[in-house]
Design a protein around this ligand. Sequence first.
Ligand code: ZN
Length: 439
Amino acid sequence: MVDITFMRDVIVKQRQFKSQEHWNRKLLAEHANAHSPFYQQFHSGLADAPLDQLPVLTKALMMEQFDRLVTDKTVRLEDIKRYMENQGRSRYFLGRYVINATSGSSGHPAVVLWSRGEWAATMAAAFARTPMPFSLFQKRKMAQITSTTAFHMSAQGGNSVRNLLLPTLLLAATEPLESMVRRLNDWQPDVLIVYASMGRILADEQLAGCLKIAPQSVMVSSEVLTTETRRRIEQAWGPRVFNNYATTEASGLAIECDQHRGMHVMEDLVLVENVDQDNQPVPPGVFGDRLLVTPLYKRVQPLIRYVIEDRVRFSSEPCPCGRPFRLIDAIEGRAQEVLAFPKADGGAVRVHPLLFHTLLDLLPVSGWQVVQEADGLHILLARVHDALDDRQIESQVRQALAAQEAVVPPIQVQRVEAIPQTLAGKAPLVKSNLARASH
Ligand SMILES: [Zn+2]
């Protein structure tokens, strides 16, 4: 006798597997070469070359060649910019595209285009892969602290998700803390989605007894999640922190599983190469200088070996959960967070953000930031809880920099009410205003 239910299950599953079969590099390359004048030239003679033989695509080149790179001839960067200026007039650009843009924190913004289907895939992947105690069809309440700029990814994601009947409280990262706390207390979210810096501030509010929520999971994204910030969030709400690594250009890249050993790269959706300065692969256990990403389902604006300036380390150990996808066990920060200092005997020394994490992250403050300016290094400390000796902090930073053979600039500790946010609502831990001026 035929088991009808079983046959139906096979057909449904078969469709699910089949629908992802075209997400492979060969079909992506064929599509790009057939419809993108830029790739016809850029990959000329390389049709059969392995991925690591293809040239890398920088943000600058992608933006410069925007109109030639996209595979829809009716898409023009000039029109997108005009659309972005009139934000909110229509939901989709040309009635069919979602537009995102990176914030200015990494120099000139990148404009990123997704078809509605591609955008749905990024949302679905994020939901499917996040080990949160909820599905789209369960009544759970979510609260998301979002960017205030409409074209930043977290704002786009929040808007899309809200329309999926998942009751969501969207708060702007720029909202005053007191009203944010009040609204979160009223809402009582099951799931909290925040940037790392905001997660730390809210955890402090919870520990101080002002915020009284009990989320079942706290999803942290966009910024480096330091050990101390994770510790405070866990102290406030328990070991329910899930770090999520996403970039505007490639959307979700990796998500933490319930073993909390790192984040699994979504390797069935995106190819990720961890490379050094010369774009040569680095082994697991070693930090690379940048990532080269190739999102397999992104066809309107194909990105093949696109440069993401993040320093990431892959784990050399398999994850106990048994997923086949590689684990990223540490993100040291964006390349922009590496500060350059002159060396006494000439040349320059590159100081990694980890030096500052080690020195400043354990201080009893709700946030910190190191800013390199022409007149020296400014260390901002937000909402200092206990007695702190500014001179001692200065001297520790001075010694650590001197140990790296840097010519140490004047160091000034400043106490502030809050760490200034970028337009996208983020608060980078380390930044240089020198580098930006010279770019
Ligand atoms: Zn795992």
